[in-house]
Ligand binder design. Structure first.
Ligand SMILES: NC(=O)c1ccc[n+]([C@@H]2O[C@H](COP(=O)([O-])OP(=O)(O)OC[C@H]3O[C@@H](n4cnc5c(N)ncnc54)[C@H](OP(=O)(O)O)[C@@H]3O)[C@@H](O)[C@H]2O)c1
Length: 298
């Protein structure tokens, strides 16, 4: 009897290994058949919110420049943007166009279209965001700030995706990455307006992914957890919960055209399984709220 079990276990293991191996071979074949990243998503990419040296936007810009893609960098911080552009030109020998813009202004797209006229945009990364640093509760935040957040985080994302997405659809080629957040997956107290904006971006991107399937335009939503981009602002959280910028970017770019959502890193994935599948939604909102209250000393 024991022997039969051993034979069965060995057979199951062999089937498992065989199926993993077949998956691996299929993936390698698919990768080999894909054109190089810069052929697929170049020659120019737009990255918004790319001015801060420690930010995710500049992380994307560095990784794309490393793949020889030219860059249009957009941000509200004009001087920082010029400095980042100079670093990228010097280190990677790519063309970089810094465009200082307030993406909360209703007419920003006409300026950006003028700046990108004649450039073949193969990749759009919507990464910018605005949220008040003191993370007020929803009703404590002035209504004008709620409205400005909607303009920057929802209206501008829609305008960018609509404008450049249509160009890509017409060219039957390209990629769009929307940088949302784990906070967009469930209500997150003390950053409630941000959480709502991030949920908007998440649903916009996920739906667009489906609508553009088979058109040659790949869409991916990135939902990072806590990432070391904010100096000491995240020091109140346990260090194991924080990710560095580079692994977030590497996992995202590697999965463009393969997955439609990336929740980067093991800790964030585990947190998502815990709050999204093992807990009730109410319990998940309570747990996340308590974590935010502790981390932000509310
Ligand atoms: N870091 C994290 O823990 C984390 C976690 C989940 C998701 N994310 C997401 O990742 C993305 C990048 O965040 P980050 O942490 O790397 O922060 P970041 O470096 O501050 O990036 C956001 C950039 O957008 C700029 N911006 C703000 N308002 C703008 C406007 N009206 N027009 C143009 N640019 C504007 C910001 O300038 P100012 O600094 O002057 O506002 C900043 O340079 C964001 O979408 C964020 O929600 C971050």
């Amino acid at each position: 009897m024991r022997k039969q079990w051993q034979v069965l276990a060995a057979a199951a293991a062999a089937v498992g290994v065989g199926s993993l191996w077949r998956q691996q071979v299929r993936q390698q074949k698919a990768q080999a058949a894909m054109p190089a990243f810069n052929v697929r998503y170049g020659p120019w990419a737009i990255v918004t919110g790319a001015a801060r040296a420690e930010g995710l936007g500049y992380g994307f810009a560095r990784h794309l420049a490393g793949r020889q893609i030219n860059l249009v960098l957009v941000d509200i911080l004009a001087d920082e943007l010029e400095a980042r552009a100079a670093e990228l030109r010097r280190n990677y020998l790519v063309k970089v166009k810094p465009v200082a813009l307030d993406l909360g202004q209703p007419d920003f797209i006409s300026r950006l279209l003028a700046e990108t006229d004649g450039l073949k945009i193969g990749l759009l990364i919507c990464n910018h965001m605005f949220t008040p640093a003191d993370t007020p509760a929803i009703l404590d935040m002035p209504l004008e700030i709620h409205h400005r957040m909607l303009d920057i985080n929802a209206r501008a994302y829609t305008t960018l995706v609509h404008t450049y997405g249509r160009q890509m659809q017409a060219n039957r080629r390209g990629g769009i990455i929307l940088v949302s957040s784990g906070a967009g997956l469930r209500g997150t107290a003390y950053t409630g307006a941000y959480s709502a904006n991030k949920a908007f971006q998440f649903m916009l991107g996920e739906s667009l992914w489906y609508e553009l399937l088979g058109t040659g335009v790949d869409v991916l939503v990135l939902a990072p957890g806590l990432t070391r981009t904010q100096g000491d602002a995240l020091d109140g959280y346990p260090a194991f919960m924080l990710m560095d910028v580079d692994p977030v970017i590497a996992e995202t770019l590697q999965n463009l055209g393969r997955k439609h959502v990336v929740i980067p890193g093991l800790v964030n994935k585990a947190f998502d399984v815990m709050t999204g599948r093992l807990m009730s939604r109410r319990r998940a909102v309570l747990t996340t709220g308590d974590m935010m209250a502790r981390g932000l000393s509310k």
